[in-house]
Design a protein around this ligand. Structure first.
Ligand code: APR
Length: 250
């Protein structure tokens, strides 16, 4: 593992533009269950079509609202972990670093990362179902969706199954992936598209790809370095060694 971390820090020393592409695994050590893990307890009997589709929401708005309310509560109760913090710190040590995440939990921003591209939206924001009006300051603990000023129900600003990703965010993510010279792929199974195409776009454009995941994924095949481990352990080691090499550490 030490050698792999050294190889990664070497890649960092020449990198001008870094993209860190993350998935549910990066939040795991904060105690955030993945979507599939999250369907535990009283939610175990519902399938994703019921809880995370526009049709599911239209069929039973209070049920879907309460599911997201439960997830929001989980997120409020946890803190960013050492992996999120290391990514935020790395941004101060390289010329340019962008975070592109599939997570909707907002933990990268809470760790200090700036301008995070949220490909699948955020559970902290809302817009209305009919006209996509933005809504602010939604009260906690409501049992059903509040109404927008236009009368439509509010919904979480997450990308549900069957919906398109936010166009501007996706365009920016594609562009950054094409332009970067180093991409970290952290804690994603790499199977949900179009997000999962980003590492291939980076690789095809000549970037090096470093993957951090306890398990190999389809992306492992194109990784220049595969670090088999937990992001909350591996990322801080990379940052510490990089600081030593570059002399940024006192
Ligand atoms: N550190 C790094 N990776 C980890 C860790 C960890 N501590 N723990 C688990 N992982 C890895 C798992 O091995 C797995 O490969 O994180 C990955 C999580 O995979 P998924 O749960 O499928 O999450 P993700 O790839 O982000 O899913 C993509 O699918 O559920 C939808 O829209 C949702 O954004 C989500 C998308």
């Amino acid at each position: 593992m030490q050698q792999l971390i050294e190889k990664t820090t070497q890649l960092l020393t020449t990198a001008k533009s870094v993209v860190v592409f993350t998935g549910a695994g990066v939040s795991k050590e904060s105690g955030i269950p993945t979507f599939r893990d999250a369907q535990e307890g009283l939610w175990a009997n519902y399938d994703p079509q019921t809880l995370a589709t526009p049709e599911g929401f239209a069929a039973n708005p209070p049920l879907v609202w309460q599911w997201y309310e439960w997830r929001r509560q989980k997120v409020r109760d946890v803190e960013p972990n050492a992996g999120h913090l290391a990514i935020a710190k790395l941004a101060d040590l390289v010329p340019s670093l962008s975070v592109v995440t599939q997570n909707v939990d907002g933990l990268h921003a809470r760790a200090g990362s700036k301008g995070v591209l949220e490909l699948h939206g955020s559970i902290a924001r809302h817009f209305c179902f009919d006209k996509h009006h933005q809504a602010e300051n939604i009260e906690d603990g409501l049992k059903e969706p509040p109404l927008c000023h236009c009368g439509s129900m509010l919904r979480p600003a997450v990308v549900w199954f069957g919906e398109s990703l936010p166009a501007k965010v996706l365009d920016d993510a594609f562009r950054l992936s094409k332009e970067c010279d180093l991409m970290f792929v952290v804690g994603t199974a790499g199977v949900v598209y179009p997000a999962a195409s980003l590492p291939y776009i980076a690789k095809d454009a000549g970037a090096k790809v470093v993957e951090i995941n306890p398990e190999p994924t389809p992306i492992t095949d194109i990784a220049d370095v595969f670090l088999p481990g937990y992001s909350g352990q591996v990322l801080p080691q990379i940052v510490t060694m990089f600081e030593k090499i570059t002399g940024s550490h006192p």
